[in-house]
Design a protein around this ligand. Structure first.
Ligand code: G4P
Length: 195
């Protein structure tokens, strides 16, 4: 997605060979126009898959997920990372280890919002090691629902998550895939989009 790549080049800050900071439009401040385009792109790529629900994870997955849900006209549910006083015991849960943060989070979704007749599209901001996505897939599995695939705003193609998930037979659509962050420079993998 060209508008997204331009934004990454203009505003992204390469913090190291593996970390890209995009706080100005995705992870802290949010660019709603760009997020709308992101939602339209995901909606277009998954329009024929019978999606009945979007599943994301707090916090930065929510903006692109809501925009996609708006266009596809389906509800959006996000996994919570912390125990909430209003979240009951009736939960689907998964443990997610973050290599980046070296910590494990239990993520949870209420059984009220995912059902066995749902076809779920997972949306998240970054795909790095794939652990968050694996956790979300485990939650979909616990619900007995099916998965249309995953829409990722930025995939770091030089980390193993993308291959791991695709090798598991899951369709992953990334709007910008970064092939390298070496020498402070963002390089993209050129993608072929089948329509
Ligand atoms: P994984 O889920 O693919 O295994 O990723 P990992 O554990 O390595 O990443 C943990 C967190 O760091 C996730 O956010 C992920 O989105 C984010 N992240 C990973 N690599 C980058 C990067 O290069 N740049 C930025 N900006 N974020 C990255 P999170 O903890 O869930 O945070 P948030 O959604 O609350 O913002």
């Amino acid at each position: 997605m060209e508008a997204l790549k331009e934004k990454i080049v203009q505003e992204g800050k390469v913090l190291s060979d593996i970390v890209l900071k995009v706080d100005s439009f995705l992870n802290h401040q949010i660019d709603p126009q760009l997020m709308r385009e992101v939602g339209e792109e995901f909606a277009s790529r998954f329009k024929d898959t019978g999606v009945t629900k979007i599943l994301s994870i707090e916090s930065s997955g929510i903006a692109p997920a809501v925009m996609t849900g708006l266009i596809l006209d389906v509800p959006v549910v996000f996994a919570r990372k912390r125990k909430s006083v209003t979240l009951s015991d009736n939960l689907y849960t998964a443990s997610v280890y973050s290599y980046t943060k070296n910590e494990t989070n239990d993520i949870a979704v209420s059984i009220d919002y995912l059902h066995s007749d749902d076809t779920v599209l997972i949306i998240d901001d970054f795909l790095a090691n794939g652990q968050a996505l694996l956790g979300l897939l485990r939650i979909v599995e616990q619900a007995g629902a099916s998965t249309a695939g995953a829409g990722i705003v930025i995939e770091k193609g030089f980390q193993p998550g993308g291959n791991l998930i695709r090798e598991g037979g899951i369709r992953v659509e990334s709007l910008a895939t970064i092939s390298s962050l070496k020498n402070g420079k963002v390089e993209f993998l050129e993608e072929v989009v089948a329509r």
